[in-house]
Design a binder for this molecule. Structure first.
Ligand code: F6R
Length: 602
């Protein structure tokens, strides 16, 4: 949440910052700002409410400046407004700061150090920049030492980029719990929340670890701990391909990412195959997981929904009892842990603060951990004992689609390999079955025109909707409902079909859209019964049924695939439903209100 980019070099900085922010806009988009320093040490601040496109309109490109910082905001403290937009400045205007994260002791810092009259907004960030200014002024500290002194006082999560007007050729940065990395270039250096912001200009990066500060000039980068110890760290090449970040001819990233799913599934198969065509998982991970007598999956949102399919695979393919936990609830009722538990963290971004705080705790307890993520080098990946990558390519739309299917595919492969080692899943040709899923996904995607028409009929004018299903179809219903509600703003519930009659059916009235998912032979007839129950109470039902279980009147027929993998397919028309419903209702598909892609606050 919130995106930061900072640049010091030789090019016109305004365009570098704006382009970087455009790439980071998925992290938050309620307001944005940039600050540039010209060689006369004069600072120029531009801030605007809303999208980067609005900011772009007010930035003066003629200012000759080669260093600056920028920010796109997802509000935590203080409403989205120009005054609360970053960057923020110290009382004397000398220091300018951008921040991602939450300062937990900002109230205390405010009372102890900051003159309330000097504050213009309500953000926690403003307190920190005032603190830096105060330390520099009252203690005669250099910019670097004032920054260090302030970092010593601050508690919470942060990625900071700071400029001192007295040093237009230097940029300062620091990090604790929020993502930030350094990009290296010829005659320039950058900091950014994410490699995506700067992948157009460099693909060489250096990690910043928690508790470190960085001093950047155009020719040099030095890292120190906040305590002042010098840190040496090698750079690495980022694997992000700049062309993956473009929409191409697609109107929205979400549609592009839905369409990419067959290719993602095929790519995952390849990535996890050895030369003999066998599916493989690193041996040390397999050994560690086979020692486990219970697996705990921890995740949020869509990744949490994928976790339920993970439970199915781990229990059916590998016979290991598995529990699934919402990360933000974990610490309030942690599972009773005994024997040999093993923890799997699922996170597209690898940066989700709620999941990370559980990982930190689990590591303190000393249990083995694995992260499934789409982002190599992300925090959850670095901090877990092992990582399995999703290989889905960058996912830019806020609503997750291809990462969800990638998570399910990787969980299936992992569980299958664990099953093979125990001679449980020897009969399953998972490579073939996943290939069938990829083909079937293609034929559903080819039907998008028809699915779009249905979405219009069922969802354009409704205030609420339901997805229902049983067993694995219930797991898909939860995800389908999240997708629909988060971008179309239709209040949608994903419900266990059999549970409806225990209360929720009271909400069904004339015309309520109820989408039912039927892919499992064992529950099909019961779900059919539930469809009749809601239909007889006026519901406008829409049935997504798998070939072999369909009836003539069903609206969407899914090609038959292996029942355990049906979720991978059944979710695709629900994603398209969400996409088209949102278009028909006239909202921005890729950037729904109040949301951000990478949720780095707890
Ligand atoms: C919904 C969505 C979110 C994320 C959740 C966890 O479309 O994308 O629910 O799944 O915020 O994010 P990650 O997977 O990055 O940990």
């Amino acid at each position: 949440m919130c995106g930061i980019v900072g640049y010091v070099g030789q090019d016109a900085v305004q365009e570098v910052l704006l382009q970087g922010l455009e790439k980071l806009e998925y992290r938050g988009y309620d307001s944005a700002g940039i600050f540039v320093l010209d060689q006369e040490k004069e600072g120029h601040l531009f801030k605007e409410k809303g999208r980067i496109a609005e900011l772009r309109k007010i930035v003066d490109h003629s200012i000759p400046a080669h260093s600056g910082i920028g920010h796109t905001r997802w509000a935590t403290h203080g409403v989205p407004s120009v005054v609360n937009a970053h960057p923020h400045q110290s009382a004397d205007g000398r220091f300018t700061l951008v921040h991602n994260g939450v300062i937990e002791n900002f109230q205390e810092l405010k009372e102890m150090y900051v003159d309330e009259a000097a504050l213009v907004g309500n953000t926690d960030t403003e307190i920190v920049v005032h603190l830096i200014g105060k330390f520099a002024k009252e203690q005669g500290l250099s910019g670097k030492e004032a920054f260090r002194a302030a970092l010593g006082k601050v508690k919470g999560s942060y990625a900071f980029a700071l400029m001192d007007s007295e040093e237009p050729d230097t940029l300062y940065a620091a990090k604790n719990k929020s993502p930030l990395l350094i990009g290296l270039g010829d005659d320039f250096n950058v900091v950014a929340s994410d490699a995506m912001a700067t992948v157009q200009i460099t693909n060489e990066y250096v990690e910043i670890h928690d508790g470190e500060m960085v001093i950047l000039t155009k020719d040099n980068v030095s890292i120190e701990t906040i305590a002042g110890k010098t840190v040496e760290r090698d750079s690495y090449q980022a694997s992000v391909d700049a062309s993956d970040l473009e929409k191409g001819t697609y109107p929205y990233y979400m549609l592009k990412e839905i369409d990419e799913q067959p290719a993602v599934v095929r790519n995952i198969i390849q990535q996890y195959q050895n030369e003999a065509g066998e599916l493989v998982i690193p041996e040390s991970l397999v050994e560690s997981m086979l020692l486990a007598d219970r697996i705990h999956i921890v995740a949020c949102g869509t990744s949490y929904h994928a976790g339920w399919l993970g439970k199915h695979f781990l229990e059916h393919f590998a016979h290991i009892p598995t529990e699934v936990h919402v990360a933000s609830e974990f610490s309030y009722h942690p599972p009773l842990l005994k024997g040999n538990p093993f923890f799997i963290f699922i996170s597209q971004s690898g940066e989700t603060a709620d999941s990370r705080q559980v990982l930190v705790k689990v590591k303190e307890w000393g249990y083995p951990t694995l992260t499934l993520t789409n982002v190599a080098g992300s925090t959850l990946s670095r901090e877990a004992d092992a990582t399995l990558l999703l290989h889905a390519g960058p996912e830019i739309a806020v609503a997750s689609t291809k990462a969800y299917t990638a998570q399910i595919a990787v969980l299936a492969i992992l569980s299958h390999v664990l099953g093979l080692k125990q001679e449980i899943t020897s009969d399953l040709d998972l490579v073939h079955e996943l290939g069938m899923v990829a083909n079937a996904m293609e034929s559903i995607i080819d039907e998008k025109q028809h699915i779009g028409e249905l979405a219009k009929i069922y969802l354009r004018d409704t205030r609420n909707a339901f997805y229902i299903g049983r067993g694995l179809d219930y797991y898909v219903s939860m995800e389908a409902a999240l997708k629909l509600k988060e971008i179309s703003y239709i209040q949608t519930e994903g419900f266990a079909a059999g549970e409806l009659k225990h209360g929720t059916i009271a909400l069904i009235e004339e015309g309520t859209p109820v989408m039912a998912i039927i892919t499992q032979a064992e529950s099909a007839s019961h779900t059919r019964g539930n469809i009749e129950e809601v239909r007889s109470r006026g519901a406008n039902t829409c049935v997504f049924a798998m070939e072999g279980l369909e009836r003539g009147s069903d609206e969407i027929i899914l090609p038959a695939v292996h029942p355990s993998l049906a979720a991978l397919l059944a979710v695709v028309p629900t994603q398209l439903f969400a996409y088209f419903a949102t278009l028909h209702r006239g909202y921005d598909v890729d950037k729904p209100r109040n949301l951000a892609k990478s949720v780095t606050v707890e």
